[in-house]
Design a protein. Sequence first.
Length: 172
Amino acid sequence: MDYMKHHRLAIGIVCMAIISLVMLTQECSWSAEPSLKINADKHNSEKKVKDNQTPYKKDHKVIVFYFHGNVRCFTCKRIEQLTKQAVKEEFGEEMKNGAVEMKVINVEEPKNNHFIRDYRLYTRSVIVSDLKQGKQERWKNLLRVWELVRNDEALKRYVQKEVKVYLEGKES
């Protein structure tokens, strides 16, 4: 009798774990169809540089996107928070002069759901986009943020490194 009780308990725990995993996956995922059509914000890429700011090329901008949906788990909010910190801490001057921009976008709003196709999103994501002369040259989904979310400094260094690569025009 004791054996059957433990067996049922173990099966119950496994079932609850599977249900929890499925719910978490549903909360943090989207379907995506591959296609790429980005509408760059040309006006923002032509901001003027003031004398006391770091010079940058007016025709070059790096945008860091954090894409989320309506339902936001603790981990998703944490990735957003750390990404914002990383960008502000390392690129504050570049943000002031328009060379770097941070955007947080809910892709479940009808006007924004094109980003799911544009960047082939399947979950909450950090995307670094390199714009030259108002046109997107390249972009990268920073997938490792999920792996590094429990290590604040490592996640911030990762985001900073990837943004710096695009800002300097290097290949990553």
